[in-house]
Design a protein around this ligand. Structure first.
Ligand SMILES: *[C@@H]1O[C@H](CO)[C@@H](O)[C@H](O)[C@H]1NC(C)=O
Ligand SMILES: *[C@@H]1O[C@H](CO)[C@@H](O)[C@H](O)[C@H]1NC(C)=O
Ligand SMILES: *[C@@H]1O[C@H](CO)[C@@H](O)[C@H](O)[C@H]1NC(C)=O
Ligand SMILES: *[C@@H]1O[C@H](CO)[C@@H](O)[C@H](O)[C@H]1NC(C)=O
Ligand SMILES: *[C@@H]1O[C@H](CO)[C@@H](O)[C@H](O)[C@H]1NC(C)=O
Ligand SMILES: *[C@@H]1O[C@H](CO)[C@@H](O)[C@H](O)[C@H]1NC(C)=O
Ligand SMILES: *[C@@H]1O[C@H](CO)[C@@H](O)[C@H](O)[C@H]1NC(C)=O
Ligand SMILES: *[C@@H]1O[C@H](CO)[C@@H](O)[C@H](O)[C@H]1NC(C)=O
Ligand SMILES: *[C@@H]1O[C@H](CO)[C@@H](O)[C@H](O)[C@H]1NC(C)=O
Ligand SMILES: *[C@@H]1O[C@H](CO)[C@@H](O)[C@H](O)[C@H]1NC(C)=O
Length: 728
């Protein structure tokens, strides 16, 4: 049954085809033409209006042709359809005749589906209706790919280039219909659309020549397109462009005060290096000296910059030093691959002050009346704006001995006086602080000048009292004695021993001296009349008179410093009660006659006087080169005088007792020898013969006389003197 049906249909179709031999379509003449495009492997739907023009009319037959070949037909009267088996491969053709307009959908489109299609509709009454479809099947090309100038494929990334190089790269696609357009884009910017056919069939390419600068390092993309139905096929590449840093920037990020650095305080600087690819190596230098302790460099992706930090603690010496941050691209050749930023450090610090003496060879000495020029040497940042001077720790105020201009860094004194000697310091201040220099001592030199009490005599040494700086080293002496020529002496010290003075010293000396210290000669010499009287020895105090060896002897215990003694004998005038100088003699000490030692007794000065009478007096004075002391005067006692009187046997010889003489002489001789033996024995046994000490009873006349002649009298008391002698 079915089979019969089908046979019937086939027969019908044959009838139709026979009835409808016209299958060619002439565009415009036969009917309207639409354009249609679809992708290979895609699907498309053709539409064909099968509605009759009038309601009494009716559809009879609808046929689709590919070019002049029918591919589908529909017989409305029996509602049967037919498809060309060669075309309806895998059942890819689906028709919907109930739709308005009717549709014919073709899937799995092939390249050879591109053709001119038309639909022919037969009505019962109306004339045949034709509708044309100019159908294009678009074949997409392959994905784009890249070849470099050597024909190597390039993926993801180009080989490295340097700035200024020309990038040569081909973008290729295989196949595609219609031929695709190939365009190069840098980022979103079209840079090349000059595509062309390649040597290889069915391959399309676009070769790009792109001079590389740091401004076109964006992603390169190649777009291939031959239809508007789908977006262009696109492949992209990163350009590997080695670039040195093009901007390096140092800035302080921590520790500065109003942008200034402070000596000794730590600051942090940051260096940003832009534009380097790959990231640079950042190095820091201070005055060309490499700094090691910087932070590990980081890469800031948002800034596209390498960042490094460094901490420095600048000192005074670093003021105006250059801080350099250099970014070096490590993989580029060393020429022109670095970029640096340099800043000068402005290190502020309080003043460093030193005081200096100008314009003289000697560091801290100045001669009186010369100028003194001191300078305050200041190092400070910012520069010092105020100076102060100190003298012996006191701030110098203008005026007086300092002049009015004392607020600069120089102190100038026109004529130095001794008051200017002392310690000088200066201080300077700036906005950071104030500093005072270590003081220097200024010594004012001046010529010698006489100082009170001028010339002094200390024991037997003359001293010239002068002051002067430096201390004088040469002294000139002028010594004049009465009636003598002036003596000129030179000494290396301020003292002059009288031993060096020639001539008599018993009179006053007119002495003058002046000193020299190399600065200038003494303006006025020191002068003084020096009296030497007190250098004479003291008056002998312990003397006695003795009658020995048939004459009177004066004996004295020596006094200190006496070089000789002067003995004198005064006789009572026969006519009046005056004492008259009878003789005077000098006894040298050291002369053995003058000094005798008697057993344990001390040395005595002894002088023979001859015979003395009642009222006569003997004197002893001690002397040295400065003159003699006053004389000590002694008067013989009655005992002594009588002991010295003529012996009684002398009377006998005068009055003729010749017979008795021999006997008496023998008796006397015996007695005398006995006495002598006893005396000698006593003398050797006992200490001393008790001297007869005199108490002086001078009359007024003698005293006046002696006063006039300059004698110095002492009235010893016998008991005192005697006891002293006994003690010895
Ligand atoms: C035709 O193609 C579209 C998209 O290309 C798809 O959604 C649809 O299912 C296809 N139709 C057929 C019948 O294959
Ligand atoms: C139909 O097409 C075939 C092949 O393309 C051709 O040989 C033939 O002459 C055509 N006929 C008409 C009527 O155009
Ligand atoms: C194409 O062929 C399939 C099965 O081969 C069929 O089901 C379908 O109806 C055919 N298309 C038309 C329009 O006849
Ligand atoms: C279809 O269109 C193409 C261009 O779009 C044209 O070259 C061709 O001649 C057309 N075919 C017909 C049969 O009109
Ligand atoms: C290219 O990039 C893709 C995706 O990013 C990656 O899977 C592939 O390995 C890369 N090829 C090369 C040669 O780097
Ligand atoms: C250094 O910094 C100080 C303080 O900010 C400023 O007064 C001075 O002028 C600066 N010096 C220089 C050379 O820039
Ligand atoms: C810097 O890096 C080195 C080695 O890469 C590491 O030893 C050191 O601790 C790092 N320093 C800082 C401050 O991160
Ligand atoms: C001391 O000597 C100086 C000269 O050397 C002389 O000018 C002066 O008058 C003398 N003085 C006396 C008191 O003789
Ligand atoms: C004796 O001379 C010395 C030295 O000049 C002196 O120190 C001493 O005081 C003198 N003695 C007397 C008693 O003057
Ligand atoms: C005392 O006599 C002496 C001579 O013996 C004589 O030189 C002297 O002037 C007399 N003095 C008086 C005061 O008469």
């Amino acid at each position: 049954m079915d089979r019969r049906m089908r046979v019937a249909e086939a027969l019908l179709l044959v009838v139709i085809l026979i009835y409808c031999p016209v299958s060619a379509f002439v565009a415009g003449a036969d009917g309207p033409v639409t354009f249609h495009e679809a992708l290979e492997n895609g699907n498309t739907t053709f539409f064909c209006d099968a509605t009759p023009d009038t309601s009494d009319d009716e559809l009879m037959l609808l046929v689709w042709y590919k070019d002049n070949e029918s591919i589908y037909s529909y017989d409305a009267r029996v509602r049967s359809e037919w498809s060309n088996i060669a075309f309806n491969v895998s059942g890819r053709v689906i028709a919907d005749m109930d739709k308005n307009p009717t549709s014919l959908t073709i899937s799995a489109l092939r390249e050879d589906d591109q053709a001119f299609y038309h639909c022919r509709v037969e009505f019962l009454l109306s004339p045949t209706r034709n509708t044309g479809v100019n159908f294009t099947v678009t074949v997409l090309p392959s994905e784009p790919f890249f070849l470099d100038e050597l024909g190597n494929t390039v993926t993801n990334k180009t080989r490295p280039y340097y700035e200024g190089d020309t990038l040569v790269l081909s973008c290729l696609v295989i196949g595609g219909r219609p031929p695709p357009k190939i365009s190069w884009y840098s980022g979103e910017t079209l840079v090349d659309a000059t595509y062309s056919v390649s040597d290889i069939p069915n391959v399309w390419q676009n070769e790009l020549y792109l001079p590389l600068t740091r401004d076109n390092t964006e992603t390169l993309s190649c777009r291939a397109s031959n239809t508007r139905l789908v977006p262009a096929l696109e492949a992209s590449l990163q350009i590997e462009l080695y670039l040195p840093a093009n901007q390096v920037k140092i800035q302080w990020v921590q520790g500065t005060l109003d942008g200034a650095l402070r000596s000794g305080e730590t600051v942090t600087a940051q260096c940003e290096a832009y534009g380097s690819h790959p990231p640079p190596d950042i190095t820091w230098r201070l005055n060309n000296k490499r700094l090691k302790k910087h932070s590990n460099q980081t890469w800031d992706n948002s800034l596209q910059a390498a960042i490094s930090f460094i901490q420095i603690t600048p000192t005074m010496a670093d003021n105006q030093a250059t801080l350099t941050c250099e970014a070096v691209n490590p993989i580029m050749p060393s020429e022109r691959n670095s970029k640096a930023d340099v800043i000068n450090l402005n290190v502020t610090f309080g003043p460093k002050v030193e005081i200096m003496k100008l314009d003289d060879e000697k560091r801290n000495e100045v001669v009186e009346l010369d100028p003194l020029h001191l300078k305050c040497d200041v190092k400070a940042n910012p520069p010092a704006d105020k100076y102060m001077w100190y003298f012996n720790d006191m701030k110098i105020k203008p005026g007086g001995m300092w002049g009015d201009d004392i607020s600069t860094n120089e102190l100038f004194i026109d004529e130095v006086s001794r008051r200017h000697a002392g310690q000088y310091a200066c201080a300077a201040s700036n906005t950071i602080g104030e500093t005072r220099a270590d003081p220097i001592s200024i010594i004012v030199l001046y010529p010698p000048e006489c100082k009170k009490p001028g010339i002094t005599l200390d024991k037997e040494t003359l001293n010239c009292n002068v002051k002067g700086l430096p201390v004088p080293d040469t002294y000139f002496w002028h010594i004049q004695q009465i009636d003598h020529d002036i003596q000129h002496l030179t000494t290396g010290s301020s003292s002059l021993s009288l031993d060096h003075v020639a001539g008599p010293l018993s009179e006053n000396l007119n002495v003058s001296c002046e000193a020299e210290n190399g600065i200038a000669s003494q303006y006025k010499s020191c002068t003084k009349i020096i009296s030497l009287g007190h250098l004479r020895p003291p008056q002998p105090q312990q003397c006695d008179l003795a009658f020995e060896y048939k004459e009177f002897q004066i004996r004295c215990i020596p006094v200190e410093n006496a070089t000789h003694y002067e003995l004198s004998l005064w006789r009572l005038s026969k006519t009046n009660t005056s004492l008259v100088l009878d003789r005077k003699k000098s006894v040298e000490v050291g002369n053995s006659l003058a000094l005798t030692q008697n057993g344990d007794e001390p040395w005595l000065v002894r002088g023979a006087l001859g015979l003395l009478n009642t009222g006569d007096e003997a004197g002893a004075a001690a002397c040295n080169r400065y003159g003699c002391s006053g004389a000590l005067l002694l008067r013989p006692t009655e005992n002594l005088l009588s002991a010295a009187a003529s012996p009684w046997w002398k009377f006998l010889t005068e009055k003729d007792a010749v017979i008795c003489i021999g006997v008496v002489l023998l008796v006397i001789m015996f007695a005398c020898s006995t006495v002598l033996a006893i005396r000698l024995a006593r003398r050797s046994r006992k200490k001393a013969q008790v001297p007869v000490i005199q108490v002086l009873q001078l009359d007024d006349v003698t005293r006046d006389y002696l006063n006039r002649t300059g004698g110095n009298f002492i009235y010893p008391r016998a008991s005192v003197v005697q006891s002293k002698i006994e003690q010895q």
